[in-house]
Design a protein around this ligand. Structure first.
Ligand SMILES: NC(=O)c1ccc[n+]([C@@H]2O[C@H](COP(=O)([O-])OP(=O)(O)OC[C@H]3O[C@@H](n4cnc5c(N)ncnc54)[C@H](OP(=O)(O)O)[C@@H]3O)[C@@H](O)[C@H]2O)c1
Length: 288
């Protein structure tokens, strides 16, 4: 099976590119960076230079590669960046998807679009795949449009909650503070239902390779539980054996209700379909 990963420099793109290579699949990837800049672990003969904002046509690339499956990992992923530059957000998260899917039409190539729990209104816990997507941030809107282009083509969509590995900045910072028995500040009304990068890689491989999943179009991947950041801080404190003081605060109390309007998330969970992954506090294993 021949894979093409769009956006191999990103957090998930790089992980899935490496995972596919480890599994001995034939895999090529796209990067908009010069190859020297790209991560040294990426092997440049496998890379194709593509800037999704300026690429005129996919025909030559697709004609040369003839991929069986494309995984679309590129994206403008920051709420802030999307709000500041909506044109760019829609161009990368949606219009480039439409263009690629149109070029693929009739090819039989499978297409997987990575999406987010942000497409739902964060007031609802554990949204299901067919629930109405009411996400109102520009990030959410551009991802909803991207999903629609992928689904119209007959592709698949994988929606994820926050994806975490050992580099997750906030927990790395907490770990350092806790180890020194310094105080840690955490919100009790700001929630996380994360999924670990290993589960994401497994899910993507499964969706792309397991024929029993080919009939499903939307997949959800997230934690089984939703805990506040304060809960995570106290659990991490316990696991590290720290005597730090936990300074528990309210995000809404500090920033007002606008924290929701800015696209930040108070609740982040998503119901799990087709696959079951349990992360909850186990996700903290990266940090102890
Ligand atoms: N990480 C999460 O927690 C999470 C959770 C749910 C859903 N997702 C979804 O999963 C996907 C991947 O997320 P991620 O965290 O891996 O994102 P990321 O680390 O921000 O990577 C995004 C990638 O898109 C590339 N890109 C941006 N603009 C481009 C352009 N004009 N042309 C070509 N490439 C461009 C970036 O290239 P540069 O590096 O050169 O900028 C980067 O490689 C996104 O669609 C996101 O919505 C992520």
């Amino acid at each position: 099976m021949k894979f093409l990963v769009i956006g191999v420099d990103g957090f998930i793109g790089q992980s899935i590119f490496e995972a596919l290579r480890t599994e001995d699949f034939e895999v090529r990837g796209t990067s908009r960076r010069s190859f020297l800049e790209s991560s040294p672990c990426l092997n440049s003969p496998n890379l194709i230079s593509v800037d999704l904002l300026t690429l005129n046509s996919w025909d030559t690339i697709l004609g040369n590669l003839n991929p069986d499956c494309i995984i679309y990992c590129a994206g403008i992923t920051s709420f802030n960046q999307c709000a500041v530059n909506p044109d760019k957000a829609f161009a990368v998260n949606a219009f480039a998807v439409k263009k690629l899917c149109q070029a693929l039409n009739g090819s039989g190539c499978r297409f997987l679009y990575l999406s987010t729990s942000a497409v739902f209104d964060f007031q609802n816990k554990f949204s299901k795949a067919q629930d109405r997507r009411t996400g109102s941030s520009l990030y959410a809107k551009s991802k909803i449009e991207g999903e629609d282009h992928a689904l119209t083509y007959g592709g698949q969509v994988l929606r994820m909650t926050k994806v975490i590995d050992s580099s997750f900045n906030l927990f790395v910072k907490w770990k350092k503070l806790l180890e020194k028995n310094h105080a840690v500040c955490a919100f009790n009304d700001y929630y996380l239902s994360p999924v670990d990068i290993e589960s994401v890689k497994n899910a993507i491989l499964n969706i792309c390779c397991n024929s029993s999943l080919f009939g499903s179009s939307i997949f959800h991947l997230g934690g089984m539980h939703e805990y506040s950041y304060a809960n995570y801080a106290s659990q991490l404190k316990l696991m590290i054996g720290s005597s730090s003081l936990l300074n528990i605060k309210s995000a809404q109390g500090l920033f007002g209700k606008e924290i929701l309007d800015s696209g930040c998330t108070l609740q982040t969970s998503i119901s799990i379909q087709n696959e079951e992954y349990i992360s909850d506090y186990n996700i903290l294993r990266y940090f102890v």
